[in-house]
Design a protein around this ligand. Sequence first.
Ligand SMILES: Cc1cc2nc3c(=O)[nH]c(=O)nc-3n(C[C@H](O)[C@H](O)[C@H](O)COP(=O)(O)OP(=O)(O)OC[C@H]3O[C@@H](n4cnc5c(N)ncnc54)[C@H](O)[C@@H]3O)c2cc1C
Length: 300
Amino acid sequence: MQVPAQFQYEKATSVDEALRLLAQYGPESRILAGGHSLIPMMKLRLAQPQALIDINEIGELARISVEEHTLCIGSMVRHAELLASAVVGEHFPIFHDAERVIADPVVRNRGTVGGSLCQADPSEDLSAAFAAVRGEAVIQGIYGQRTVPVREFFRGPYETVVGDGELLVGLRVPIRSSASAYRKVERRAGDWAVAAAGAELRLEGETVAEAGIGLTALGARSFCAPEAEEFLTGGPATQARFEQAGAIAAEHCAPVADQRGPVDYKRHLAATLTARALRAALHRWRGGHPAAGEARETEA
Ligand SMILES: Cc1cc2nc3c(=O)[nH]c(=O)nc-3n(C[C@H](O)[C@H](O)[C@H](O)COP(=O)(O)OP(=O)(O)OC[C@H]3O[C@@H](n4cnc5c(N)ncnc54)[C@H](O)[C@@H]3O)c2cc1C
């Protein structure tokens, strides 16, 4: 039986209390959100924090709201709550697409938005979705709050800019006129991505005024594809251009071979899924609503 090493358990009921506990226990303490990544790592002794600071009872971190034309998502919002939120689906359907294909209901009922981003797993779906829509992370320390673009949030695999004594309190996405979508290939329903791509488009007439592309499980720096975004911007929104953008995204990412597939297969998926996510976003921009099931493509 796998059991974690001994640790101190503390429950915070406010952000201030969580910050005080982080300061008290120092760098060997860890925040406990949904626990779906941290607890398995502790059982395997890949993580051995001296103290766990449970933030599950901090109600202010579990809210979704719209403030001054900005969608605000608390770090303790569960995957299932993001999926159920009408305001999220209305402005950024990319999050609903992504949430429908993250794990299973058990994980989605407990796992959190903040935990997903802070875990910084290279295969995390929400990291790519937030990168595509150019979200911002709100980080709090005893000094106050700072805001970091999600594209600058990740230092590398399993590493973020959240420092010792800091807490990710939420994510913010400015609301604008745009359309977005997410497409993922997995070996079987509920599995981590073999590869996935998200896209956001804003058009002026038939011209792409702004494009955002997020990639996951593809070794893309900061989960995004800036070369493909640059290629699309200012050009016509056509299928041929989307396929070219996909080819550019595939050329610039850096997938690794693993049990989910070889490099050339993953590059093929990078190209195909980028083009499909762009096409789905364009369809939504024109008033269409692709069926929910279309976000998932299983191999089996
Ligand atoms: C079987 C299974 C399948 C899964 N499949 C997928 C999938 O297909 N796609 C996908 O994207 N994810 C998947 N996940 C991961 C899931 O999304 C987890 O919920 C997520 O990785 C971690 O969220 P959590 O709330 O459980 O965080 P925790 O495990 O509690 O924490 C993770 C890390 O983040 C830190 N942390 C958490 N919150 C904060 C905060 N507010 N501020 C600072 N640090 C913080 C913790 O200290 C810890 O280091 C899967 C997980 C499981 C168990």
